[in-house]
Each structure stands twice: as structure tokens, then as C-alpha cells.
Design a binder for this molecule. Sequence first.
Ligand SMILES: [Zn+2]
Length: 399
Amino acid sequence: MTEAPTGGGCVAARHVAIAPDRWLACRELVWDRGGRIVALRRATGRVADVAVLPGLVDAHAHLQIEPLSRAERAFVPWVGAVMTARAAISPARERAALRAGLAQLLAGGATAVGDIDATGAATAALAAAAVRSRAYRELTGFHLDAPAARALVRERLVRARGALAPGLSPHAPYSVSPALFRAAAARARWLAIHCAELPEEQEFLRRGTGPFRALLERLGRLPAGFRAPGVGAVRWLERLGVLRPGTQLVHCQELERGDAARVAAAGASIAVCPGAIAWFRREAPDVVGWRARGIPVALGTDSRAGNADGLSMRAALAKAAALWPSLAPAELLAMATTDAAASIGLPGAGRLAVGGRADFIVVDAAVDAAATLRGFVQGELPLRTVVCAGRTRRFAPGR
Ligand SMILES: [Zn+2]
């Protein structure tokens, strides 16, 4: 790979994946100072024994959340520990956490991210970063009525800036009031919602009992006269009008009968985080069945507080390959590129095209394209370089 001192450059590779299932042999990729791909042509000179793939897309991350000082594997105490750590963090420390998070994201091969921002600091950092992003400002408030919900949404809405596109994340059905869901849906097309993550969430929605009720009571956020919706999370979101195209449901560990059909019919997408599945020792959800129904399923990393691999999409992909071995390597790569880009609404991300951004990764090539694809999704081929908006961000022989 050669780079001009003024920016722009060229790489001639044995294999170039312009999309997860479209691999070209012996191609030269040229980009300009503005970080745009200007040519993708048959190589005429020597090609390196490497493969170029689109930069990965992390469909669900919390860049600002740091690892906890003590690993917690039970979910409700984990939420408490994250909330305590968040309350204690200084603005300077949060900025440092975001820098570390962005560096880790790039080092793991991702050049685009759907980020959940609880404080506004991540949105500011992403607006100044080269990484493409959908910045979902987080909304919580199980106690909020319609005027309060509309005021919160107004305060949290951001405009597109640089490589940042805006979105909202009404956190979860156990932490967001019906009025807040409706207010978010009225003002933002792109929503990310933690959904059906736990049996206790479904219990709370169906019967109004369990640890989430206790948590809301402790926080003073359970409205007087609260009555449970009496249905599971997906049906509740459907009833509230937020199950629709542009909505990303995160986790979906506990879908009920008929839920996958509802999600598919609504045109919503699902994000799964293999690192979080491992962290909380959960079972693999039915990603194969969801994909068969046509639901876009995207991979994410979640947060460093609940993922031993941190914000590495490479690691997320390798874990996904182990969790869903019946998926073809190109399908797995799609979950980390094109499907993830569709899930967070970043057109052009996760693929390579003339005129598009020069966001790509370079790995060692295996004997042929199929072996390279297989080796890459299984985490076997070393990541050599990450190029984001035309700038080389990392060069290392290791993973
Ligand atoms: Zn999350």
C-alpha cells in the first residue's frame, strides 16, 4: 500500500471484496485526498498478498461506557454498577473514555458505528471524528408524561454534522414511558431500542412484577397507578407505533411466539452482540430463523462494561461465526457490514464503490477468495491496516 504525503493513496490486492458476496481478483483501489475512492480497477503491476474488505460497521455500541472496576455478570446488578460509574465520571475522564473507545473501534476494524449516547459527550466526539456514525441520543424516563417527554426529545435531538447522522434511543420498554416512546417516534426516523433482552423484562411488561418493578420503585420512577401493558416487549412496541422501518431492536433474546413475524412485517431490524451474549452467559438467539424471514440482523459490540472483547468488531464476527455455524461466511460478513449499515441507516457503509468513502481494512490473503472470506470471519487472518476516510489508522501484525 502506498500513500501520498498530501493524502490519498493506492493499494493493489490479490482480492477485493466490494460487498460481502462480491469478490474481485487482482484489483487496485485508489483514493484521493478527500478520502473518496476514485478508482477500483484491474491491477496492472505487482499485487500484494493481501485482501481488501469494506470497513466493518458496528451496529450497536456505547462508546462512552468504560469497563467496570469489578466484572459483574448478573444483569440487574450490572445496570446498577454502570449507573453508579456513570454518575461518578468527570467530563475529562469521559472524553478520555471516548478517545479510547474510538481507538478500540478502529483497531477492531470498524469504520462506522451506531452509538448510544447517554450524555451528549459521545455525539460531540463523533461529530469531530472520521468514523461514520449514527449517534442515537439515549432517552430514559418511565415516569414522563407527554409534555415532559416532548421537552426531553426536543432537548436531545441533534442535527447531522460531519460524518454524523442523528437518531434517538428510547432505552428499553422497562425504562421509557409510552409518552416518551411516542414523542421519540414522532421526531426521529432512526430509533434504537433495547428490546426483549431478559425474561425479567417480559415479566415486568406482562405482569408488572419482578426486579424491574423493584428497580423503578427504588429510583422513584414508577408512576402512581401504573398498570402493566400485559403483553411482551415486541407487541408493546408495536402497539406504541415504534415497530417500523428505521427502528433497530437490540438483543431480542426473549422473543415470544409470533414476534419474529411481527418484526419482519414491520420492516424493523435486529442488532445482536455476541460479546454480550458471552458476557452474560446467554443462549444464542434464533438469528438463522430471523434471517430466513428477511429481517436484517446486524452485529454490534455493546459496551466495554459487558464485553470481554471490548469494541472489537473482528472479535464480534469471530464469536458470531461460532454461535451460528450454519450461516455462510458471506452472510456473517453481511451482518458486520451491509446489514449493519442498513440497520443504522448509513447508505454506502459496509461496501466499496467508486465515489464512496475510502473506508476499508487490509488482511492477509489466504489461498483463494473463499478461504480468505472464511478465515476472516473466523478471526484467523491478521488485520494489517485500517483505512478510515482515506487515512491509515492502524498498522499492526496482530489481531
Ligand atoms: Zn446496549
